[in-house]
Design a protein around this ligand. Structure first.
Ligand SMILES: Cc1ncc(COP(=O)(O)O)c(C=O)c1O
Length: 446
């Protein structure tokens, strides 16, 4: 689909962002010129996906669209059992309702905010075991999404087995910069999990982009197809959740899949309760058809190469302008290092959110903060958590923008970078929700 986008003036944007309480989620979409808030559900569907929409089977039970999705998941990901859900966090809700209980510990690589939210809501603890290199944006490392095996083993060793429902591997690692996990690391995590009797769960929103990086960067994979790499990756997982709004290039949809029939049976109860009957789970037949088709298109090499090269094109332009960004460039987004960009502002003034607001005022571009606002408060002490990385994420929707848009984005951010020392005040919180506050938080200028 092609959609119009609208220009605005700086004065209008200053007024709009003030009315939105400096929270970019609260802007209306027509107040945004280029929308890089997320790559989730914002992709453009293909002619084939739209054709599949017309073939949707809307039967309540046993729809052919369900079987289309089931067969595609089996073929591409290798799982026998799956439950459709309306999006990724719903898949987490269904699966975690069976697996996660109060007092549990869930190690992983920079759990995504909803994943962490669903763990902490159940009074369990998410522990980040990402390698240290991920937290220095200047370090070049091909697989910054990797799990640090020593950190993981320490947790597995020190925690009773029944308190670890699974280890999460997030593919790619969104929160640390869309960074991939290597096959070698996946295998090593599997081995450790086996040693301590733990299960392995993949948070798979961008699994195809992860496979692309394995093909490009990991010795021994250059001649394998994306589909072969994907099957190998998932052969190491016991279960998975997926937000299909990313690598399946649909506007809504998700699922959880598992090897164990027993786990499927238990999760089915929650799926029916929260999502819908087993063969639609919150999706219409046409959504399931588009999703199945999207899984095929999202795992094609040419598509992935075009997409990830576009993200790198933006990253390269920004680097040329001297803007500090996470290296190497991520799969779905460029992450600007706000700590280095606005190093003169204290962290208590939310550097990444301040930068997001400045970029919006500069050029009508909407990015998103991945920093202290997102990190939320410690569930026990209620103190603000300040993560090592304070990032502004510029997520690139799939098949939507051209490189001309990328040029505009890079020039706009370079302008803000040039005048960065004139940004002398950040933001403070006026109102916040008790959990996942970043979506609804109200802010004011300090
Ligand atoms: C890594 C990861 N996991 C889970 C989710 C949650 O998925 P959804 O937004 O479809 O609920 C997201 C969404 O952005 C994600 O990036």
């Amino acid at each position: 689909m092609v959609e119009p986008i609208r220009r605005s003036t700086r004065e209008e944007r200053e007024q709009w962002i003030k009315e939105a309480n400096y929270n970019l989620f609260k802007l209306k979409s027509d107040q945004v010129f280029i929308d890089l808030l997320t790559d989730s559900g914002t992709g453009a569907m293909s002619d084939r996906q739209w054709s599949e929409m017309m073939l949707g089977d809307e039967s309540y039970a046993g729809a052919s669209s369900y079987f289309k999705m089931k067969n595609t998941i089996k073929e591409i990901l290798g799982f026998d059992h799956f439950l459709p859900t309306h999006q990724g966090r719903a898949a987490e809700n269904v699966l975690f309702s069976v697996l996660v209980k109060a007092g549990d510990v869930v190690p992983g690589n920079s759990h995504f905010d909803t994943t962490k939210g669903h763990i902490e809501y159940r009074k369990a603890t998410a522990i980040d075991c990402t390698i240290d290199e991920a937290f220095d944006t200047t370090v070049e490392h091909p697989f910054k999404g990797n799990i640090d095996l020593n950190k993981l083993e320490k947790i597995l060793k020190d925690t009773p087995q029944e308190k670890i429902p699974f280890v999460v591997v997030t593919l790619t690692n969104n929160s640390s910069g869309g960074q991939p996990v290597s096959m070698e690391n996946i295998k090593a995590v599997r081995k450790l999990a086996d040693k301590y009797g733990a299960k392995l769960m993949f948070d798979s929103a961008r699994f195809a982009e992860n496979a692309y990086f394995i093909k490009k960067r990991e010795p021994g994979y250059a001649d394998k197809t994306i589909r072969e790499i994907v099957l190998e990756m998932f052969s190491h997982a016991d279960s998975m959740t997926m937000s299909s709004k990313k690598d399946a290039i649909v506007n809504i949809g998700g699922f959880t899949a598992m090897r164990s029939k027993e786990l499927y049976d238990k999760a089915s109860v929650f799926n029916i309760m929260y999502e819908g009957y087993l063969t639609y789970g919150g999706l219409s037949g046409r959504d399931m058809n588009a999703l199945a088709q999207g899984l095929r298109e999202g795992t094609e090499y040419d598509y992935l190469d075009t997409r990830i090269s576009q993200v790198a094109y933006l990253g390269q332009k920004l680097a040329e302008y001297g803007v500090p960004v996470q290296h190497p460039f991520g799969g779905h987004a460029i992450f600007v290092d706000a700590k280095r960009f606005l190093s003169h502002l204290p962290k208590e003034q939310f550097q990444a959110q301040t930068l997001a607001v400045e970029l919006y005022i500069e050029a009508g571009i909407r990015g998103v903060e991945i920093g202290a606002l997102l990190a939320d408060r410690d569930p026990v002490t209620r103190e603000n958590r300040y993560p090592d990385l304070e990032l502004l994420r510029l997520a690139i929707p799939r098949r939507v923008y051209t490189n001309n848009h990328m040029d505009y984005i890079a020039a706009a951010l370079a302008n803000v970078y040039e005048r960065r020392h004139s940004i002398v005040k950040g933001l403070k919180i006026v109102n916040e929700a008790p959990i996942m506050r970043h979506f609804t938080v109200d802010l004011a200028k300090v």
